[in-house]
Write a protein that binds this ligand. Structure first.
Ligand SMILES: Nc1ncnc2c1ncn2[C@@H]1O[C@H](COP(=O)(O)OP(=O)(O)OP(=O)(O)O)[C@@H](O)[C@H]1O
Length: 703
């Protein structure tokens, strides 16, 4: 390393500065303005780091790699920061990327520095210096070449430190709402690479056709020409390898981008939107997203390839024996291809619509299967199925016909027409061998292009139809998110805890569901003070759960104001508000996710979790009387629960939901009929636990 380690390590007080520079160098974030540094010499909390990421306009993801994963992390995780501890004080290596086998780090003076990977490894290993010294001592007495020594040393360190966990580092990613250019990354340059390599490949192919055709028509091939032909074919090998490699990378990049955008869009849907669409349609969307991914990737590549082939074929045909006439026929057939594709798209739309409806219907029926078994007369179980299936089958037949036209008419039609245009040249006997060979090369190239075009059009029309199903999700990505405006040091809730006065103040709150003409809540005013224990009672349908959704920020009131510590939701930001208030939804709205019991308990906290939180979770289970259940399960807190795992009873689930809510450590806990399914004794135990742990509490119940 040419620079001293202290030049490369950013002290924890300069963390905001380091991350801001990293974000700006990557073109991800924005200037964050004045940010107070974290308390010196202490690793900042995750909440603080996430909030810092928000201010910088980037996503930060924590990583705690094992020592054996470190070489991979160094090679692939950039842009990221990795923590090094010296005398217990954290400092950070800022990774920009790799270049020519070396790591590029951002030094403290904001310059980029290249360092060998092993130097960075040595820095990150400093905390394990005792093990390193032990290995060095062991190897000290052995005679071997420096190269063998280095290899043995790294292998021994890997063996000894392999499972040692490193300090938390952070990977930086662009927000899903970043500019298109940032999100696309190197995708455009990959397309250019594929375009160039494919053009060269097509030229190689055309040259080899020309050579072969010429030899065939002259009925002899000289050795020089033959060797030339072999050389031309040999050129195709590296070009093809390059093209296939770039195509693979392109597919992965585009597929990943699509998935990330879809996930981001899904997370921005409101609970009401999710409910309105229904589970079947959501499942259908997952399937459609897969289709879009496969077809968009394949289709985009085919589009590039077929355009290249068609243009080249056109040029070659003009130079060949068929001349302009053949080129004009080619253009006309491309126009016909567009017309056929348009017709195909219309049918494909109807066909896909029918398919999605069938999927939706099937899933709804499966979900309600137990109810149907119990309540619906046997003879009505399959009502309407025949009608749906027969209309689906009719549409499928039309679809097949249009697909056949698109494939057979284009490809074979081209071959027939192209040969017909050569007929006058043949019959007049004016063509020379080279011109004919060129024409044959052009015809074959166009034939390949039409093969690609027909598949491309089918894929594009399928992808376009599937895209319609997921467009809403992609559009949702751009919805503005309320961002926190409270000072960074207030994140995590501590100073707001200390603030006096009301925790919640609602004034004139009004809310009406979209589908309703009358508001559920009208001009509703109340206060909740810190430490309050409130019982909210009311008749069924009176609007209690609606009020809970307003308190937790799941819904926004259409009138009036709702303040938390005298600040509104726009000031705390969506996630800041939810970090301070949480609710256990009603039993039928709540869910046990497939995962371990511990995961379900700590769902609202970071995962993998810390030993302290795990201990806290175990203690809370004991208080809620869930310790018996934990003892019964063979893997204890690690037992898999959910649909396919250990089945919890109604009361056990209720207590899990209560524990999950309390473990979030928020300022206001709301329990929506959480005690309804507990027997009197268990209810008393659960209530005592809730009263002990909730800082402020609202319990919703029927009178
Ligand atoms: N998404 C929605 N669209 C239209 N109306 C809705 C929606 N959600 C709830 N409602 C209606 O709003 C009213 C209040 O519902 P809410 O769930 O808040 O009542 P509740 O007091 O919690 O009732 P319960 O005690 O039975 O759970 C009800 O009449 C309900 O039918």
């Amino acid at each position: 390393m040419t620079r001293s380690n202290s030049d490369l390590l950013w002290p924890v007080e300069r963390l905001p500065d380091a991350l801001e520079q990293l974000a700006q160098r990557q073109g991800y974030g924005r200037a964050a303005g004045e940010i107070a540094p974290p308390a010196a010499a202490v690793e900042p909390s995750r909440v603080w780091m996430f909030a810092l990421g928000d201010r910088l306009g980037v996503e930060l993801e924590p990583i705690t790699p094992l020592y054996c994963e470190l070489p991979d992390v160094l090679e692939r995780a950039a842009p990221c920061i990795l923590q090094v501890r010296r005398d217990g004080v954290p400092s950070y290596l800022v990774l920009l990327g790799t270049r020519r086998g070396k790591l590029r780090l951002l030094a403290r003076d904001a310059t980029a520095v290249s360092v060998p990977t092993k130097s960075a490894l040595a820095l990150l290993r400093e905390e394990q210096e005792a093990t390193v010294a032990e290995v060095d001592q062991l190897l000290g007495g052995v005679e071997m070449s420096p190269r063998a020594r280095a290899h043995a040393r790294s292998q021994m360190l890997l063996q000894r430190l392999g499972q040692a966990q490193l300090r938390t580092g952070w990977i930086m990613r662009p927000r899903r709402t970043a500019s298109r250019r940032t999100l696309l990354g190197d995708i455009p340059s990959l397309v250019v690479g594929i375009l160039v390599s494919h053009t060269l490949l097509s030229l190689v192919l055309a040259a080899s056709f020309w050579l072969l055709g010429r030899a065939a028509l002259q009925a002899h091939l000289e050795t020089g020409w033959f060797l030339g032909w072999i050389a031309v074919i040999a050129c195709a090998i590296p070009l093809r390898m390059l093209e296939v490699w770039w195509q693979g990378v392109f597919s992965i990049r585009l597929g990943t981008l699509l998935k990330q955008q879809l996930l981001a869009g899904t997370l921005k849907l409101t609970p009401d939107e999710v409910r309105l669409d229904g589970i079947g349609r959501h499942f259908g969307r997952v399937a459609e997203a897969e289709v879009v991914e496969q077809l968009a990737v394949g289709g985009a590549l085919l589009a590039v390839l077929s355009v290249v082939d068609l243009v080249l074929a056109g040029v070659i045909l003009v130079l060949g024996a068929g001349g302009w006439l053949q080129a004009i026929v080619l253009v006309l057939l491309v126009v016909v291809a567009f017309v056929l594709a348009r017709r195909h798209y219309g049918v494909q739309r109807a066909w896909s619509g029918a398919r999605v409806e069938i999927t939706h219907d099937l899933l709804e029926r499966m979900l309600g299967h137990r109810t149907r078994l119990a309540q619906l007369p046997l003879e009505r179980w399959h009502d309407g199925e025949d009608v749906r299936l027969s209309s689906y089958s009719e549409i499928s037949k039309v679809m097949d016909r249009r697909t056949m036209q698109l494939t057979a008419l284009l490809r074979d039609g081209w071959l027939v027409l192209a040969l017909l245009t050569l007929l006058p040249t043949f019959s007049s006997g004016t063509a020379n061998a080279s011109a004919l060979a060129v024409a044959v090369g052009g015809i074959l190239l166009a034939l390949r292009a039409f093969d690609e075009v027909s598949v491309f059009f089918q894929q594009v029309s399928q992808a376009a139809v599937s895209f319609e199903q997921i467009r809403d999700l992609l559009l949702a990505v751009g919805r503005p998110e309320l961002e926190s405006k409270v000072p960074l040091e207030m994140e995590g809730g501590k100073p707001t805890d200390a603030a006096g006065g009301n925790l919640i103040e609602a004034r004139g709150v009004t809310f009406r569901h979209d589908a309703r003409t009358r508001p559920v809540l009208e001009n509703c005013s109340f206060q909740i003070a810190q430490g309050d224990r409130i019982l909210l009672e009311g008749p069924s349908g009176g609007g209690k759960s609606t009020l809970v959704s307003l308190l937790t920020g799941m819904r926004t009131p259409q009138g009036g104001v709702m303040l938390l510590h005298a600040l509104d939701r726009a000031t705390f930001g969506s996630s800041g508000w939810r970090k301070r208030i949480t609710a256990a939804p009603q039993f039928h709205e709540n869910h046990v996710l497939s995962g371990s019991f511990a995961y379900n308990l700590l769902l609202g906290r970071e995962w993998p979790t810390s030993p302290e939180l795990r201990t806290k979770a175990a203690a809370l289970c004991k208080e809620l009387g869930l310790d018996e259940l934990v003892a019964k399960m063979p893997a204890g807190l690690e037992e898999m629960i959910g649909e396919t795992g250990w089945q919890l009873s109604h009361g056990e689930k209720s207590r899990l939901y209560i524990a999950r809510t309390l473990l979030q450590g928020v300022e206001l806990v709301i329990l929506d009929e959480s005690f309804a399914s507990l027997d009197p004794e268990t209810m008393r135990v659960a209530q005592r636990c809730v009263l002990n742990h909730a800082k402020a509490l609202v319990v919703v119940s029927h009178p």
